[in-house]
Ligand binder design. Structure first.
Ligand code: NAP
Ligand code: GFB
Length: 374
């Protein structure tokens, strides 16, 4: 449990997106005595001092938007089944049934109802390559609106920390590799998902602005391609692994070949949703920067779509033919992301090996076929 006090942060005016070089929490007594001195010292060196009061009245009350989705369900598992929840904490997992976050009135009402101290903001319009290509406008507008409703309501209600979710697909298409956190705004995103990408990039812009103007410590994570139980296994609209699991299962049942879209050459870093859930709980508790952090497996764990479908075939014991429809698009050929920043914080974090995580997800899909999103 934290006491109330004042958070003082120094930001370099020429490099406002850099992590603060000085950051501390002072109780009110110390703070009042030192503030004038801090201002005098910093003005001549082009540092900006941000100071705001915080009052923490007790254990965290965490509101998870998008709590019914792939990532939300993984966090729920980590918190409720793996002992991630600390004594006295309250965790609330929202879905569209609780509030349509496109609607500002419903957003405010659900925040009023639960009065969170912390928010994990996952709710979004989400889909695989082929849905993005059809609906860039919806991806842009829906996500801009949901994100603004959630962030502004959190700010108005004095939420201590918001952790939002970006994606490695929002980085510039023409870039050098590996991509790191400083490169988000360096160029245009891939044409297939520009709507989603620009909407997500604005979260990072908003986080910086809330911090600079109001001292709010709102941050973001950047996961690579996620998969796991509770994914959307829809063949047309889902992401690649979940769509291919469903296709392969069907092909096995019907005795037909599996058709993979594109050449199979694009490469992806896949992260298992439960590993991501564990990392998100760590970010919520420990990560103090406003600048985002990439949550990804190592660069050498990137695999081609061809390698991934072979792992799925293995996991589902599919012995039939795997064919590639090269008339369909490949999308981004790669978006290799660096997890160096994550490794500086958590050098020993162990990711579930991909083949094992694919097997677990396939087993979950087969066992839950009647209720899974297909
Ligand atoms: P998901 O399984 O499709 O879940 C989406 C969640 O958002 C659901 O809980 C859904 O509620 C909720 N939602 C959607 N529209 C809403 C609205 N208007 N009002 C309230 N709630 C709404 O997605 P996910 O894969 O878990 O994605 C979670 C976050 O991770 C997203 O921000 C996404 O951009 C990001 N991300 C995902 C991936 C990936 O590969 N999946 C990769 C990088 C980043 P209902 O269940 O009621 O529909
Ligand atoms: O997961 P995905 O749809 O999106 O994967 P992205 C697309 C890649 O998988 C392309 C190939 O190379 C496709 O040609 N692929 C092969 C398939 N078969 C299939 C299939 O049956 N379904 C799908 N969907 N793809 C996403 C963004 O990009 O990155 C998301 O669109 C998200 O929004 C994610 O943020 C991280 O990896 O290309």
């Amino acid at each position: 449990m934290q006491e109330g006090g004042t958070i003082v942060t120094l930001i370099h005016l020429r490099r406002p997106n850099y992590p603060p070089h000085f950051y501390c929490k002072l109780n009110e007594f110390v703070f009042k005595g030192r503030l004038r001195l801090l201002y005098m010292l910093t003005r001549s060196y082009q540092w900006f001092v941000s100071a705001h009061s915080y009052i923490n009245t007790g254990p965290m009350r965490v509101l998870v938007t998008g709590g019914s989705g792939l990532v939300g369900k993984a966090i729920e598992h980590v918190v409720l089944q793996e002992g991630g929840k600390l004594e006295g904490e309250e965790w609330i997992f929202l879905s569209t049934k609780d509030a349509d976050l496109l609607d500002v009135g419903q957003t405010r009402a659900v925040f009023e109802k639960y009065r969170p101290t912390h928010v994990i903001h996952l709710a979004a319009k989400v889909g695989g390559l082929f849905l993005h290509m059809k609906e860039n406008m919806h991806f842009l507008r829906d996500n801009l609106r949901i994100n603004d409703n959630v962030l502004q309501t959190a700010h108005e209600m004095g939420v201590t920390k918001v952790l939002s979710c970006l994606s490695s697909c929002i980085f510039p298409d023409k870039t050098t590799y590996p991509i790191d956190e400083t490169m988000i705004h360096n160029g245009q995103p891939h044409d297939s998902n520009f709507g989603y990408s620009y909407a997500k990039r604005m979260i990072d812009v908003q986080n910086r602005a809330y911090f600079q103007q109001f001292g709010r410590r709102y941050t973001a994570i950047i996961p690579t391609n996620v998969f796991g139980p509770y994914d959307n296994f829809n063949i047309e609209n889902g992401h690649v692994l979940s769509a291919l699991m469903n296709k392969t299962y069907k092909a096995k049942t019907e005795g037909t070949p599996v058709t993979v879209c594109g050449t199979g050459a694009p490469r992806r870093q896949f992260i298992y949703s439960l590993d991501l859930g564990r990392l998100i709980v760590w970010v919520l508790r420990e990560y103090e920067e406003i600048a985002p952090i990439i949550l990804s497996v190592n660069e050498e764990d990137e695999v081609s779509i061809k390698e991934a479908v072979e792992m799925i075939a293995d996991a589902l014991d599919f012995k039939g033919k795997i064919q590639f429809d090269t008339t369909l698009p490949d999308g981004q050929m790669k978006k290799t992301a660096s997890n160096a920043k994550l490794r500086r914080y958590l050098p020993n974090f162990t990711f579930t090996p991909l083949q094992e995580a694919i097997k677990k997800t396939c087993d979950w899909f087969v066992a839950n076929y009647d209720t899974a999103r297909t």
